[in-house]
Design a protein around this ligand. Sequence first.
Ligand SMILES: Nc1ncnc2c1ncn2[C@@H]1O[C@H](COP(=O)(O)OP(=O)(O)OP(=O)(O)O)[C@@H](O)[C@H]1O
Ligand SMILES: [Mg+2]
Length: 293
Amino acid sequence: MEVIRMNNLSYRYPTTEEYCLKNVSFSIQEGELCAIAGSNGCGKTTIGNIIRGLIPSFHGGEIEGTLEIFGKSSKEISADEKAKRIGFVFQNPFTQNSGIKETVFEEIAFGLENIGVGREEIITRVMDIIEMLKIESFMYKHPLELSGGYRQRVALASIIVQNPEIMVIDEPTSQLDPKGTEEVFEIIKLLNRQKKTIVLVEHKMELVAEYADHIIYLNEGTVLLDGTAEDVLANEILYKKNLEMPQVARLGFQAREKGLMIEKVPITMDGAVKIFAKYGKCVKDGGGSHGES
Ligand SMILES: Nc1ncnc2c1ncn2[C@@H]1O[C@H](COP(=O)(O)OP(=O)(O)OP(=O)(O)O)[C@@H](O)[C@H]1O
Ligand SMILES: [Mg+2]
């Protein structure tokens, strides 16, 4: 089932002449882990803000085209229904904190209190999420004392705990080191296995290649590519236009240019090892380099 559909959407902010989204169309199916990818400034966060309804109501500007969520025009979905069914994790974790709660535990519980969940259930649900995100050691700390990386986890926790059907997560690891990044992505994968639809806004291509089922690749406000991770990230157009792509995919195209006719361009490290291992073996056994006589 289709859960989000954007049709020919164009948008410009009130302060700019130029449209930052131009004729954007895509659809996202229930249960997908869909990445909105593309380099800085291509319009990813703006798409997130349109889905949330902050554009145009809060930001203003000019908008054309349509957006459907859960099969209905987004205009017909009340703010209340949206808040229950769609969770948003902002790009900047410093803006997500409520600012009124004194501990991480209370901060995570805040959204549940708001919708009138009972005390016992709040405690169970919050503790489950705290364990899942491995933040037990600072659950009694003040949210504003945390570093960016931990705030990012708390922001994610406070959305997961509300159990929304769709989660829109904007660059969840911008403040995290590689280990923290992997941990957060494992959690996102777990949520996705629990049938949540995840819209992941992300420009780190290695992560997108590893985790996304579906990628909508934006370039300068238009959809350049839309398809499976392999279709999109191993597409020659990214290489030719020198756009962001996984390092191993770039290496694959460079190898082809040098005459190494690999059958497939890899998008992940594991994929690259499999593809290139064949040639390594050939050099070791035969003693000569492949592709040249
Ligand atoms: N409030 C605003 N007013 C005017 N222009 C804006 C505003 N917010 C974003 N823009 C511009 O709109 C374009 C798209 O911005 P957006 O934040 O959606 O990109 P992004 O893909 O999320 O980038 P990043 O990877 O840096 O987060 C950029 O050119 C940006 O400068
Ligand atoms: Mg952004």
